[in-house]
Design a protein around this ligand. Structure first.
Ligand code: CS2
Length: 499
C-alpha cells in the first residue's frame, strides 16, 4: 500500500488549484513594485497592514508591494521565500473559519545579524512608506516620559557605532542618513505599535540619535520625513502548530506562515505624510487630523481589558483571554472597571459611542476561536501599563474620581512578576525588561505587600514620581497587591467587585 502523498506547500503555482473556499489575490502579483517596507513582520502585520494593502491591490491596483524586514526573531525570509511571499490569513469567530491568501508582501529580508540588509531596503529610493510593528520596547524609549533611553545598551552601542546600528531608532537614523546622501527622497515612517502618540515618540527617538550626528541630518529629517501617529487594531495571537494543522485539514495544503485573526479590524492614521502614500483610506482605514481620541479609546478600553484579564487571568489559573472573561467574576470586574472608571477618561470621538465601544470590545474578547494566551499579552507588561492603565488612572485622579478598580490590574502586573521570582516559587516564566529587577526586589523583600509596592512604584522609568507618591494610588495598589498575592486572588477580585 503506498503512503498518501504529503499535501502540497502553498506557493504561486498552487494558487489556481486551491479550494474555492480559499480567497486569493485577484491582481497580477508579478507586476507589484517595491513601494513600501515594513519592519517587524510578525503575526500582527501579516494580519493587519498587509491585509489592508492586499485589499488596496485587489480593488484599486496601485503596484504597492511590501518588502518585509525582520531585525529580531523570527527569521522569516526562507519560510516566506519558499512560498513566494504568500501566506494564509484565517479569520476565526467561534466555529467559523474564513481563509484568504495574502499577496502584498513581495519578499522578507532577515536582518537580525547585521543591519546591512535592512539598510539596503530602507535607503532605497523605491521605498516611500515604512510601516513598523516592532513592539513597545523596540522604540528604546522610557515608558514614563517618552524620551530616548540613552542608557539602553543598544542605544549606547548605536551612538558609538552609527554605521552598524542594532536598535530600531539607530537603524532608521542611519537609513535616513543614507537616503539623504544618495537620492534625498522624502519618506513617511509610520509607527503601528500600541504606544500613545507613537509617531511623536518615533520622531523623538530618531531625531535624538540624528542630532547627535551633528551633520545636519536632523534638519534634513525635519524637512523630508513625516512621522504620523496611528491606531491599529485586530487581535492576532502568535500562530500555533494547531493553526498550521487547521489549514492542512480544512483546505488540504501546507503553509508554514499562517496567521489567525478575529473579524474586527481598524486602522486610524494621522494625515501627515511625506512622499506618496498608499490609499488605504479607500479600503477601510481612516485618515484623520488627530489620532489621540482613537488611541485613548483603543488602548484604555480594549488593551486595558486585555492586560487586566491577562494578569488577573494568570493569577487565577486561566490560560487564554477567552477563558478569563468566561469567568463571571473577572467579566464583571473588567466591565465595571471600564464603565465606571475608564469611560470618564475618554475623549469624545465623533460617530463613536464609548459605552457601545466598551461592549463591543468585551464581546471581541469572548471569541473562543482566538486562543490568545494570557502570558503572551503579559509579555513586556512594564511597557504597556502606562498607556493602558496608568494614564487613565492619572486622568481619574485629576477628575477626583475613584481608581479603586483601575489600581487592581496595576497590582496584578506586579503580582505576576513577583510570583515569577524564586522566593515566590517561580510560578511561571516571564519576559519583561524589568523582570530581573522586580525578581531581585521580591527575593530581597519577601511577602510584604507594602514594601514590595513601594519598591516597585519607585521605578521611575515606569511610574512618574507624581503618580507613584499619590497616597490614594499607593494605598489602592498596596491593598491590591496584598489581595492578589494571597492564596485566593479570585476572592480579592470578588471583594473589589462588591466594594
Ligand atoms: C495585546 C495586543 O499582546 C498584546 O499586548 O494586547 O497585541 C492586542 O491584541 C492588539 O493591540 C489588538 O489590536
Amino acid at each position: 500500500m503506498s503512503a498518501a502523498a504529503a499535501p502540497e506547500m502553498l506557493g504561486p503555482e498552487l494558487l489556481s488549484r486551491l479550494p474555492t473556499a480559499v480567497q486569493r489575490p485577484s491582481y497580477d502579483r508579478a507586476a507589484l513594485m517595491p513601494g513600501m517596507a515594513h519592519i517587524g513582520v510578525g503575526a500582527f502585520h501579516r494580519c493587519h497592514q498587509a491585509e489592508y494593502t492586499d485589499d488596496l491591490l485587489s480593488r484599486h491596483f496601485d503596484r504597492w508591494g511590501v518588502i518585509g524586514i525582520n531585525i529580531r526573531p523570527p527569521h522569516l525570509a526562507e519560510t516566506l521565500g519558499r512560498q513566494g511571499g504568500l501566506y494564509t490569513r484565517l479569520i476565526r469567530q467561534d466555529n467559523h473559519v474564513g481563509a484568504r491568501i495574502i499577496g502584498s508582501i513581495i519578499r522578507v529580508v532577515d536582518s537580525q545579524d547585521s543591519a546591512v540588509p535592512a539598510l539596503e531596503v530602507l535607503a532605497s529610493a523605491d521605498i516611500e512608506m515604512v510601516t513598523m510593528t516592532v513592539t513597545e520596547k523596540g522604540y528604546c524609549h522610557i515608558p514614563s516620559t517618552g524620551a530616548l533611553d540613552l542608557d539602553h545598551p543598544d542605544i549606547v552601542h548605536d551612538l558609538a557605532n552609527p554605521h552598524a546600528p542594532r536598535s530600531v531608532p539607530g537603524i532608521l537614523a542611519r537609513a535616513l542618513e543614507l537616503r539623504r546622501t544618495s537620492h534625498g527622497r522624502p519618506v513617511t515612517l509610520l509607527s503601528c505599535d500600541n504606544i500613545p502618540t507613537n509617531g511623536v515618540i518615533l520622531g523623538n527617538v530618531v531625531r535624538t540619535i540624528a542630532s547627535r550626528r551633528g551633520n545636519g541630518l536632523a534638519d534634513w529629517i525635519a524637512a523630508n520625513v513625516a512621522f504620523p501617529s496611528a491606531m491599529v487594531d485586530r487581535i492576532a495571537p502568535a500562530t500555533t502548530q494547531a493553526d498550521l494543522d487547521t489549514v492542512e485539514q480544512l483546505f488540504g495544503y501546507r503553509d508554514a506562515a499562517v496567521v489567525v485573526g478575529e473579524p474586527f479590524r481598524q486602522w486610524v492614521i494621522e494625515q501627515k505624510f511625506a512622499g506618496r502614500v498608499p490609499c488605504w483610506d479607500l479600503v477601510g482605514a481612516s485618515f484623520v487630523d488627530d489620532v489621540t481620541p482613537f488611541e485613548h479609546l483603543k488602548m484604555r478600553v480594549l488593551n486595558g481589558a486585555q492586560t487586566t484579564l491577562a494578569h488577573l487571568g494568570v493569577l487565577c489559573g486561566f490560560e487564554h483571554t477567552s477563558d478569563a472573561i468566561a469567568d463571571p467574576l473577572l467579566a464583571t470586574f473588567v466591565r465595571r472597571m471600564l464603565t465606571e472608571e475608564t469611560l470618564p477618561t475618554l475623549r469624545a470621538v465623533p460617530g463613536f459611542s464609548a459605552p457601545a465601544y466598551i461592549e463591543r470590545s468585551l464581546a471581541r474578547l469572548t471569541n473562543t476561536a482566538i486562543r490568545h494566551r494570557n502570558h503572551q499579552i503579559a509579555t513586556d507588561g512594564s511597557q504597556k501599563i502606562v498607556q493602558r492603565l496608568l494614564n487613565p488612572i492619572r486622568d481619574r485622579l485629576r477628575q477626583g474620581g475613584s481608581i479603586a478598580l483601575l489600581s487592581v490590574p496595576v497590582a496584578g502586573w506586579m503580582a505576576y512578576l513577583i510570583k515569577a521570582a524564586p522566593r515566590f516559587g517561580k510560578c511561571w516564566q516571564v519576559s519583561d525588561p524589568f523582570a530581573g529587577r522586580i525578581s531581585a526586589l521580591a527575593d530581597r523583600i519577601g511577602a510584604d505587600a507594602k514594601g514590595l509596592a513601594d519598591a516597585i512604584l519607585a521605578i521611575d522609568a515606569i511610574f512618574d514620581p507624581s503618580l507613584a507618591t499619590n497616597t490614594i494610588f499607593r494605598t489602592n495598589v498596596i491593598a491590591g497587591l496584598d489581595g492578589l498575592l494571597s492564596e485566593n486572588p479570585l476572592a480579592f477580585v470578588r471583594h473589589a467587585c462588591t466594594e
